[in-house]
Design a protein around this ligand. Structure first.
Ligand code: SF4
Ligand code: SF4
Length: 435
């Protein structure tokens, strides 16, 4: 091998690669392996390919990149692995190196960078894109486009996953502190996400309502930005670090008891800031303080308590574990305890509740065909429970499962855990302030 190629291969070395003993116990936890049944699309197979590239035995070919691209980065394999391989670090490392080499077509690289460096970071662009999507969805254009099959096949598939836009956006609450209702218990900061401000505005409002009803002033910092998870997953590590620094500065600027997120993927990223900024002497200390304050909303409410404030809901629900809540934040019981705290609610477990639904950040848009098949299988298991509501705890899964019900479901409602609590809290009366 030429010297520069050896150097390039050596950059693929990662201590986690050595920890894999190739036992294969992770295979059945992998959604892409379950669909394709191919070793190369399993966690063990992907790790093997990374090792071969690192040792210079395999070129970084289009085929290797394809197998790595198909990974949803759900990290279900981490929960299944008895050797404790931190696969999430491996796939992020691999994607960073792929991004740094010029192996992707220029158009694809530019489109990804435009979306991640401009669209998701700009409230103006996100609001404009949401307005266009809203017109497309509500003015009958979508029906015409679908009937006439005007979209190319991959775009037509991705169109199935587009969230239903519900104006107004959540950005209007930025910079406000909305007061607690009833006995005040404290003050929390709310992390609102990026795309969620336009795609999940009603969910964000429900989250704030519940926190206020349970006695918390809710501060929504104006200069907060995207958590950086999408950038880290796409291999844009420096971009992710830059966003982390901004959020650390913004959220530590005022005192609060916790930084609350209703998105498992964002929460997992926020909790990783100390690792992301470990080599930054100016920020590592502040990042550690920040991480100590981050709570998923289910984690926060489970710890602070909701009992005695919920009216009965006579409904059968099933719960889908978001990957980044179950496999990364290790929160499986808190959301279930909150659901069981609602009088009259019956929780029916589905098979493989912690198996990915195919959402994966922007995975459903990048790999719509695989995402759709993963979702179809998920919905079969949802349908088998006979539940009337499908409940989850992540914005991405919330959007994905709504598409799942539209395409393969039986008319179930899809809610976030906090929306179930919101319905159960209604007996307490409406809160003021436009929420
Ligand atoms: S990642 Fe873990 S479970 Fe999977 S093959 Fe390697 S050691 Fe076994
Ligand atoms: S992260 Fe998910 S999709 Fe990727 S290898 Fe692991 S289990 Fe499979």
């Amino acid at each position: 091998m030429a010297g520069s190629e050896t150097l390039t291969a050596a950059r693929w070395m990662h201590p986690e690669l050595d920890r894999c003993v190739h036992c294969g116990l992770c295979l059945s936890a992998c959604p892409t392996y379950r669909v394709l049944g191919r070793e190369a699309d399993s966690p063990r197979g992907r790790i093997y390919q990374m090792i071969q590239v690192a040792h210079g035995n395999l070129p970084l070919s289009a085929s290797v990149i394809r197998h790595l691209d198909l990974c949803v980065a759900c990290r279900g394999c981490e929960s299944a692995c008895p050797s404790g391989v931190r696969y999430g670090e491996l796939i992020e490392h691999a994607r960073t190196l792929i991004e740094q080499t010029s192996v992707r077509p220029t158009f694809v690289r530019l489109a990804r960078r435009l979306a991640l460096r401009h669209l998701v970071l700009s409230p103006v662009m996100l609001r404009s894109a949401a307005r266009l999507l809203w017109v497309y969805q509500r003015a009958g254009c979508r029906t015409v486009v679908r009937k006439a099959r005007l979209l190319p096949s991959k775009l037509a598939l991705a169109d199935q996953f587009a969230p239903e836009i519900e104006p107004p956006s959540f950005y209007r609450y930025y910079g406000q502190t909305l007061p607690a209702q009833g006995t005040r218990r404290g003050r929390v900061a709310f992390f609102a996400g990026c795309v969620a401000n336009v795609a999940c505005a009603s969910l964000n409002r429900a989250t704030v309502r519940v926190l206020r009803r349970l006695g918390y002033d809710v501060w929504i910092p104006a200069r907060q930005t995207c958590c950086g998870a999408l950038h880290a997953h796409a291999g844009l590590r420096e971009d992710a670090q830059k966003l982390a620094r901004q959020n650390v500065d913004v959220f530590l600027a005022e005192p609060c008891d916790a930084i609350v997120s209703n998105a498992a993927g964002c929460g997992a990223a926020l909790k990783s800031y100390a690792d992301w900024l470990a080599s930054d002497p100016v920020y590592v200390g502040k990042a550690k303080v920040f991480v100590q304050m981050v709570r998923d909303v289910t984690e926060f409410l489970d710890a602070t308590g909701v009992n005695g404030q919920l009216r009965p809901l006579k409904v059968r629900v099933t719960y889908q574990d978001p990957c980044h809540l179950a496999h990364v934040q290790k929160l499986r019981e808190a959301p279930r305890r909150l659901l069981r705290a609602v009088p009259g609610l019956e929780l029916r477990e589905m098979l493989h509740a912690d198996l990915c639904c195919g959402s994966g950040g922007i995975y459903s848009l990048l790999e719509p065909s695989m995402s759709l098949e993963i979702l179809r299988r998920k919905m079969e298991e949802v349908n088998e429970t006979g539940a009337e509501w499908v409940v989850t705890a992540n914005t991405g899964c919330w959007v994905q499962l709504k598409a799942g019900v539209r395409l393969f479901g039986r008319g179930q409602r899809v809610l976030h855990v906090v929306e179930v609590l919101d319905e159960a809290c209604r007996a307490g009366g409406e809160v003021s302030g436009g929420l």
